[in-house]
Design a protein around this ligand. Structure first.
Ligand SMILES: NC(=O)c1ccc[n+]([C@@H]2O[C@H](COP(=O)([O-])OP(=O)(O)OC[C@H]3O[C@@H](n4cnc5c(N)ncnc54)[C@H](OP(=O)(O)O)[C@@H]3O)[C@@H](O)[C@H]2O)c1
Length: 359
């Protein structure tokens, strides 16, 4: 069996190490991708340091699920792609195992959870979409999230007179939540974020209609002044390790006390009982797992539509930095930055293919 280079997690809380592992074969509706860009996200640090979602694959676990690259081989049932296509996709962290992960030269993707990269879009820009965009898409539109039913997805609800609050609008997931809220037609899209020297313009470009400085002492009062006691939709994207549960409490607190509102979150967290008790009409609170394979129908729609949304300018890519090669030191340092709460720009790894020995 041909081998490839990979950054391997052998043990939790140990650094990733450069090693070799087999190049997988695509089955059924799978493709083998020659990885050009593998994007790293906060959950990769949780995987390395706590075994989150990858423990069962130790000592051969591989991290990273934002993938872009070139189709190298196709499984017998693949109709959507041909060898040589430029594609991007989300590898399946739940059941795909190390074959479906990015910190290596080649990986498997399910054809349903991948899409052709629009012509004018680079591999790097394309790789900013998969994990963060699908997480926010599922948070807003699946029944396990806010369950919005907007016109752009073929439903008939109109949100022009509604507000949505995105706690962590400046996070990578939050930027997609802003863009999907704009596509859904919300009248008020309120983001909490650090206000930088552009005065929040970059988040307005992503769709925010109002930006509340997340460091202000009166964040809740400012938002309540805009939404009154009418807010039905809130989405908390903030990494709980940074906010200590504050973002969950804020989001829940903002929901209407007299109408049944919904809160979607990306990380686990209990509803504060004192705040929950004020919601006389109850509320819904769902932690979302933004994995395509878990939401097959909605995810397939997402992957069909995604290139068009990008081509029409309805979805913009995120900023990113690049690590050249499967550089264990640089990747481990980046994961340390996530672990230690340092500000991180989304980072891509470019596996080196010069020594590729795939036939
Ligand atoms: N469940 C899932 O499927 C899923 C999917 C994707 C991500 N996640 C999780 O969701 C979390 C966010 O992921 P990400 O990739 O979007 O993270 P990220 O972009 O790395 O988030 C960092 C940003 O969050 C903002 N932030 C930090 N503390 C905040 C606070 N107290 N209030 C408001 N904003 C705050 C900051 O933006 P500003 O400085 O600009 O305000 C910061 O730059 C992570 O824990 C990740 O593991 C879960």
């Amino acid at each position: 069996m041909d081998k490839q280079q990979a950054l391997i997690l052998k043990e939790v809380q140990r650094p990733l190490v450069l090693g070799r592992r087999p190049v997988p074969e695509p089955n059924g509706n799978q493709v083998l991708v020659r990885i050009i860009t593998a994007g790293i996200n906060p959950h990769d640090q949780k995987g390395r340091d706590r075994g989150v979602l990858v423990e069962k694959y130790l000592p051969h676990a591989i991290l990273a699920n934002d993938i872009s690259g070139i189709v190298e081989k196709i499984g017998p049932d693949v109709q959507r792609f041909s060898i040589g296509d430029r594609i991007f996709g989300q590898s399946n962290i739940l059941s795909g195992g190390p074959d479906q992960a990015g910190l290596q030269q080649f990986c498997i993707l399910d054809a349903n959870f991948a899409a052709p990269i629009p012509h004018h879009v680079s591999f790097d820009k394309a790789a900013t979409f998969p994990v963060n965009a699908i997480a926010s898409f599922i948070a807003l539109f699946s029944s396990s999230g806010l369950h919005l039913a907007p016109k752009f997805l073929g439903h008939d609800l109109d949100y022009a007179n509604e507000a949505i609050v995105i706690i962590g609008g400046g996070s990578n997931s939050g930027k997609f939540a802003l863009q999907f809220s704009r596509l859904a037609g919300f009248g008020k899209i309120i983001a909490t974020a650090k206000v930088r020297s552009d005065g929040g313009q970059s988040l307005r470009d992503f769709g925010a209609t109002h930006i509340i400085d997340r460091e202000a002492a009166d964040v809740e009062d400012q938002i309540r002044a805009m939404v009154g006691d009418e807010l039905l939709y809130a989405f908390d994207t903030v990494n709980g390790a940074y906010s200590g549960g504050v973002s969950h409490r804020l989001a829940l607190s903002l929901l209407s006390t007299t109408k049944t509102g919904s809160l979607a979150t990306l990380v686990r967290g209990e509803a504060d009982p004192a705040i929950a008790a004020t919601k006389t009409a109850g509320f819904k609170k769902n932690q979302v797992l933004g994995v395509s394979d878990l939401h097959q129908e909605l995810a397939a729609k997402f992957w069909r539509e995604l290139p068009g949304w990008i081509e029409n300018g309805e979805l913009k890519p995120l900023d990113f930095e690049v690590i050249d090669g499967l550089d264990a030191i640089k990747v481990n340092n980046l994961l340390d930055d996530y672990r230690d709460g340092r500000a991180v720009t989304k980072t891509h790894v470019h596996p080196d293919h010069r020594d590729s020995i795939l036939e």
